[in-house]
Design a protein around this ligand. Structure first.
Ligand code: PLP
Length: 420
């Protein structure tokens, strides 16, 4: 695989950026391939190698790259002079907010942010203001973005199950007193935590599926979280940043659960930097600037037109049949890929939740490298997901490349050098 230009770009960036990096998760050794452009479900690196993109910017690009409808919507907004955020209401805010409220029954009112990290920050702030309490409960191995208080679990590449009790550097230790960690899917543990801390808990914050290891939440666990939150006067915040792609209205709508607050990002923004949080009217109205002492939430770029336009175009192409098709492709692909690893007698295993897939094996980085060599762009930690430009022919291509990648891994294990 040619990589001279990726190496040169890495060296150039490393002179002006620490480790040539501005997003920790994108680095792998010795240097990551640098991407030049993308179209549909394919991307090309700066050396001209092409890949089927199975990362899709960690699920944000559900319609792949440069989808004509998304590009057109963004161009239209830019041509209207709305390329930048404006400090005023614009119709596009209503267009996306109406779509979000009509898709998810628990969302009466919504606000926009620039990322899902910020959406989580603001949802927690809302819960604290609403309840007058400070504490939150979240899973030790949950991921809710890079905000201090939700990074306390230490969940990262090195600690996929969280590093409870170890406050990561740069995060004030004092915060450890107000964040409590629950074992995911353990109702008894949640009950115990609520008995201990319930009177000071503002919110239970959960992902319906632990995204970074693809562990599905038990609907009974999430239902119990809602019940317990209400029993103790707290709120349930469901972080559907990833799971909103699995069903119109998100995971909660599929399971008939109504969270008090919901946080979203990625899919709802058509690949652009936008997050949103929303929920029940009686909670969200604390942001209404017409009431005495409203809760303030600022952001120069909140609700910026290009992102809103991309988000509307993205959601308009995600009706239930489109989502079902994508989940079906995920089911088919996961089964085929898992079968390949088993038949070859390797430990390469694949599981999925609809259009989200995860590969596990003893040496994920070696397998990641093998996939790159065979034209498959998967996350170094093994996450994968489907995009709407994919179809049965693309699945066939992925399967053929996967077989070769598994073969490469076996050759590496056996100490044999494979060309390319
Ligand atoms: C469940 C969940 N919440 C929040 C975030 C943070 O999103 P962002 O990176 O847009 O801030 C992520 C990102 O992967 C996520 O998976």
């Amino acid at each position: 695989m040619k990589d001279q230009k990726s190496r040169e770009l890495f060296e150039r960036l490393a002179k002006v950026m620490p480790g040539a990096n501005t997003r920790t998760v994108t680095h792998y050794e010795p240097f990551p391939v640098a991407i030049d452009h993308g179209e549909g479900c394919r991307i090309w690196d700066v050396d001209g190698n092409s890949y089927i993109d199975l990362i899709n910017n960690y699920t944000a690009l559900i319609h792949g790259h440069a989808h004509p409808r998304i590009v057109e919507a963004m161009c239209r907004a830019a041509e209207q002079g709305l390329a930048a955020a404006v400090p005023a209401p614009i119709a596009l805010q209503g267009d996306l907010a109406e779509r979000l409220c009509s898709r998810t029954p628990s969302i009466d009112l919504v606000r926009f942010t620039n990322s899902a990290t910020e959406a989580v920050m603001m949802a927690v702030r809302a819960a604290r203001a609403f309840t007058g309490r400070d504490d939150i409960i979240m899973p030790a191995n949950g991921y809710h973005g890079s905000w201090d208080q939700v990074s306390l679990s230490g969940t990262d590449e090195a600690h996929p199950d969280g590093a409870e009790g170890v406050v990561p550097p740069g995060i004030p230790k004092v915060l450890a007193g107000i964040v409590h960690f629950v074992r995911f899917n353990d109702i008894g543990h949640l009950e115990e935590l609520m008995r201990q801390h319930g009177s000071s808990v503002a919110a239970i914050l959960l992902e319906p599926i632990l995204g970074h290891i693809l562990e599905p939440g038990d609907p009974e666990f999430i239902r119990s979280a809602l019940r317990l939150a209400h029993e103790y006067g707290a709120l349930l915040i469901l972080d559907e940043t990833i799971t909103c792609r699995l069903y119109v209205g998100g995971w909660q709508a599929q399971h008939g659960i109504e969270a008090d607050l919901t946080t979203m990002g990625k899919t709802i923004a058509g690949g652009m930097p936008l997050g949103a949080f929303g929920g029940k009217e009686h909670v969200m109205r604390i942001f209404d600037p017409r009431i005495p002492e409203p809760l303030s939430a600022h952001g120069t770029m909140n609700g910026s037109p290009l992102c809103l336009a991309a988000g509307c175009a993205s959601l308009d192409m995600l009706d239930q049949p489109a989502i079902d098709r994508l989940n079906g492709l995920g089911d088919t692909l996961a089964k085929l890929l898992d079968g390949i690893g088993r038949e070859a007698g390797t430990d390469v295993r694949v599981h999925n939740c609809g259009s989200l897939l995860q590969v596990n094996c003893a040496d994920p980085l070696a397998f990641h490298r093998a996939c790159l060599e065979e034209g498959l762009y998967i996350a170094p930690r093994g996450s994968m997901n489907m995009s709407t430009p994919m179809d049965a022919a693309v699945i066939e291509e992925i399967v053929a490349a996967w077989k070769r990648a598994v073969g490469r891994l076996q050759a590496v294990d056996a100490g044999v050098t494979v060309g390319g």
